[in-house]
Design a protein around this ligand. Structure first.
Ligand SMILES: [Zn+2]
Length: 278
């Protein structure tokens, strides 16, 4: 099934290829490189090519299909999201913090980690929203659609087996949404999700740095990204203590600034409602 912006993407590709062809042909047939039509064709090609590359590598892709990364609203609400779990003992500690604060969040779980910690995955599912974050946490940006499909389906299967839930949300590992990733996720009934603010917490900066980065970047309708686990290969070395230590203070500060907390589906619904004409 084609997404509504397939024609825009193809127009950008045609501009990139056509611009290079025109500029190349004009130069090859002896016309001056600095002539206006040649420069215009080369400029258009570079702009279109640059846009395509940017859209390929951003967690806020627009050109290749819809990726939800924030809701357009002036309401002070935010969706907390956590990736790469479940992971003992950090996910359990995070659940305690969220429970104490009365907050529901959204967890993008890695299938292989769910297989390792099925009970923890089920505990998360009983209180929070779940999303699919693939089975092995690979880079999918250059992968064939078949590989993307297999990663997503294996992730769904693992999560469903452990929790009885079939996620309707998908976040690509590393945040790079190639067009084939968005299209396969859509075919499997999942909405792609990015984020509006993150803290590079996989590098384990001190918790006050994690806190500052999130609070500095947060805005109404935002989606925060933090990590309660680690991708599969690095699993034995996973250490999310700094993130867990930061979460409590992040929540208190946001509450003090008048923020409320929604799950991703709730935030999506709010965004859709505010877009509707009165
Ligand atoms: Zn991840």
């Amino acid at each position: 099934m084609k997404h509504p912006r397939a024609h825009v993407w193809k127009a950008a590709a045609a501009t990139a290829v056509g611009g290079v062809a025109v500029a190349g042909l004009r130069t090859a047939t002896g016309r001056p490189v600095r002539s206006a039509p040649t420069l215009a064709a080369a400029g258009a090609a570079m702009a279109a090519g640059g846009l395509m590359a940017y859209e390929w590598l951003t967690p806020r892709s627009w050109l290749y299909g819809p990726v939800f990364w924030h809701a357009q609203t002036s309401e002070r609400v935010v969706a907390l999201t956590f990736d790469d779990g479940p992971c003992h003992p950090y996910t359990g500690q995070l659940l305690e913090v969220l429970d104490r604060e009365g907050i529901r969040a959204t967890f993008f779980q890695v299938g292989n980690n769910v297989v390792r910690e099925p009970n923890l995955a089920a505990e998360v599912a009983s209180q929070h929203e779940l999303g699919n974050h693939t089975f092995t946490h690979p880079h999918l940006v250059w992968s064939r659609p078949g590989t993307v499909r297999e990663e997503l389906l294996r992730g769904q299967e693992a999560i469903h087996e452990a929790t009885g839930t079939l996620p309707r949300l998908f976040r690509v590992p590393h945040g790079w949404y190639g067009p084939q990733v968005i299209s396969v996720a859509g075919d499997l009934g999942m909405r792609c999700v990015g984020w509006s603010v993150m803290a590079w917490d996989w590098d384990r900066p001190p918790s006050d740095v994690i806190q500052r980065r999130i609070l500095h970047g947060v805005s109404p309708g935002g989606v925060t990204l933090l990590h309660d686990g680690q991708d599969t290969d690095a699993f034995p070395k996973a250490d999310r203590s700094h993130t867990i230590a930061a979460v409590s203070d992040i929540i208190s500060s946001l509450k003090a600034s008048g923020y409320g907390f929604l799950t991703l589906p709730e935030l999506m619904e709010l965004g859709a409602r505010e877009r509707e004409p009165n």
